[in-house]
Write a protein that binds this ligand. Sequence first.
Ligand code: ADP
Ligand code: MG
Length: 711
Amino acid sequence: MPTPHIRAKALSTVLERRPKHTEAPSHRISEFFGSNVFNEEAMRMFLTEDAWYGVRQAINEGNRIDRKLADQVASGMKEWAASKGATHYTHWFQPLTGTSAEKHDAFFEPISGGRSIERFDGGMLVQQEPDASSFPSGGIRNTFEARGYSAWDPSSPAFVIGRTLCVPTIFISYTGEALDFKMPLLRAIKAVDEAATAVCQYFDKDVTKVTCTLGWEQEYFLIDEALYYARPDIMLSGRALFGHSPAKGQQLEDHYFGSIPERAVAFMRDFETEALKLGIPVKTRHNEVAPNQFECAPVFEELNLAVDHNMLLMDVMEKTARKHDFRVLLHEKPYAGVNGSGKHNNWSLATNTGKNLLRPAKTPKENIQFLAFFVNTIKAIHSHADVLRASIASANNDHRLGANEAPPAIISVFIGDYLTKLLDGLEKNIKGAMSPASKTELKLDIGRIPPVMLDNTDRNRTSPFAFTGNKFEFRAVGSSANCAASMTVLNTIVAFQLREFKRTVDALIMKGVKKDEAILRVIRDLIVESKAIRFEGNGYGEEWRAEAKKRGLSNIQDTPRALDVWERKETKKLFAEMGVLSEVELEARHEIELHSYVLKLQIESRVAGDLAVNHIIPAAINYQNRLIENVRGLKEVLGPEKSKKAGATQLELIEEISEHLGKLKSLTDAMIEARKQANTIEDHREKAIAYCDKVKPYLDRSDTMPTSWNC
Ligand code: ADP
Ligand code: MG
C-alpha cells in the first residue's frame, strides 16, 4: 500500500503531466509504413536476383535455402540494416515464457593487426545457439541434450528496432523438439494448408495453397508510472491484489468509444508510428469499457506474420509507454470489479486464388464450398472443445473467463439467426439420396446466402467463438497471451476435421454417390453431430451453464484442470497425426504450463503476504495509534464524561481496526502455511491443483477489508 504521502505525490504527478507529443515522420502513413522491415522493396534493392528469388521460394513454397544463398541474403540484409543504423543483430524468438526473447551480437569483429570488420554471414543468419539454458523446456533439454537452437524463419521478414537487426526464428532443441510457440504454429499452418487445399480441389482446381489469416484486437490498460511504482502488487504480479472498487467505475458506460484522453492519444500515436515502421498495419484505436482501458487493432494478415506482429506490438507498446510516463498493463484482469482485457482472434482461411473460404458467395457452387469450411470448423470445435479451452488457459485468464464480461469457460459457437436457419433447413432437407427437385431447391437456398451478414452475426458479444460474417472470432483469448497458442490448436483441429471430411466424402464417391451430393450429405451429418456446440443465447447467463451441462459440454473453471486434456490419448493422437506436436512436446508443454501457473500464484501470494504484513498492518497500526492519541487528547481536553461522546466514533474505529488486523494476520498466516504445504508437492499437476484450491482462495477474499468499501 502506498503511504498517504506517496499517494498524494503520485496523484499530483498525474495531474501535472501534459501529453508528450512526438511527430510522426509524415502525415502520410504510406510514406513510412514498413520502413524498418526487410520487405520486398528492400530485398529487391539489397539482394542479388538469385538471393531474392530463393527467399521468395522459401516464403511461398517452403523451399530450403542453401548455405551459399544464405550468405548472399545475409550480406544484403546486413547492408540494409546498416543503412538503418543497425550495429547489432539478434535472433528474435518466442520461447514458452510467453514473451519474445533476443540476445544481441555486434556485427563488429576484430581481425588481425588491430583492425576490425562488420561481419554477418549465412551461418549467423540461419542458426544461432543462444545461451538458453534458462528458457523453459519442460524437461526436453534435460532429457535429450542441453543445447537449444534458434533457426531463421524466412516467412517472417527481418526488421530493425533501435540499432538492432532482428531475425525472426524458431527455437528448437538439439534433437529437433519445438521449444517455442512458432515452430508448432508453422506446422499447424502446413497441416491446414494440406487439408484445406485438398477439400478446395472438389470445387476449384486452381487452388494450390490455403493460408490462415489472423486479425487480433489487443486490449490493454494504461496506468500512470507514479501510481504503478506505488503498487508493488501491480509491479510484480500485474494486478491489484488489494483495494476496493472505485466509486465511479464503468457503471455509467461512458468510457467505451468515448473521446480518448489527450495523454493517451499521444501515447497511441507514438507507438502506432513505431509499429507502422515495423510493418504492423495498425488501423483502429478506441476506448474500451473499463476506465483507462483501450484497444488497438490492425488489418488482418497471414497468421505467422500476424502472430509475430502482435508479439512485437506488445513490446513496442511497453517501451513507448515508459517514454510517456505510463505503464501498459497487458494482464487479463488488473483490477477486480471492472472488465478485464482480452485479445480477440479473428481467424479465416484464404486461397492462393484470393478467396476467403469463410465468406458466403453469390453462387450455389461457391456457397457449398463456404458451407463445407464453415460446418467443418464448427464440427472441429465440437469435437475438440476441451483442447481449445486448454489453449487459452492461464492463471491470469482464469480471472476473466466467466466473470460476466468475457465469454464463459464453456466453449460454444455462435453463428447468428440466418445461418442457424440455413443449417436447420439443411438438416431437415437432405435425407438419404436426393431427388433432382430437392437438389435444385436446396442449391437455390444455398445460393441465396447474403454475403454481408454482419448486422446479423456481430451482435452476440457473450460467445467465445462467434461467426462474424466472413471470419470466426475467438474471443476467449487473453490479452497477454501469445496468439500462437490458440491459433496452433484451432488450425490443428480444423485440419484434422477437414481431413476426416475429405475421407468420408471420398468414400461416398467411391460408392457411386455424385460429388455434390456426397459433400452435402456429409455436411448434413456434421451439422447434426455438432449441434450441441451451437449456442445463440446469452453466454453470461446462469441458464446457459445449466443448459450446457445438459448438452454434455464441458465447463472447466481453472487452468490446472483445463490442462488435463494434454494428457488424453485422443489429444496425443490428434497432434501427432497432424504433425504439430509429438507426445514428448505435448508433455513438455503441459509441464511448463503447470509450472508457470504455480509460479504466478506463488508470486501473487508472496506479494499479498508482503503487502499485508509490511505495508497494510503497519499503516493500520499507525492510524490506530493516531486514533488512540486522539481519544486520549479528548479526555484531557474535555474530561472523561464529555469525551466519551466526542470519542465514540474513534473508539469504534479502533476496535474495527483491531478486528481487521486480526483477520488479516491470521489469513496471511494460513495462506503462507497453505503455500508451504503446496511447495512440498513434487507432482506438477498436484502442486498446481493445490495452489489453485488451497492458496488462490486467500487471494480472492474480500473480507479482510472494511465491508463498506465493497458495496
Ligand atoms: P470489431 O470486432 O471490433 O467490430 P471487425 O470485426 O471489423 O472489428 O474487425 C476485427 C478484426 O478482424 C480486424 O483486425 C480485421 O482486420 C479482422 N478481419 C477482417 N477480415 C478478416 C479475415 N478474413 N481474416 C482474419 N481477420 C479478419
Ligand atoms: Mg471483432
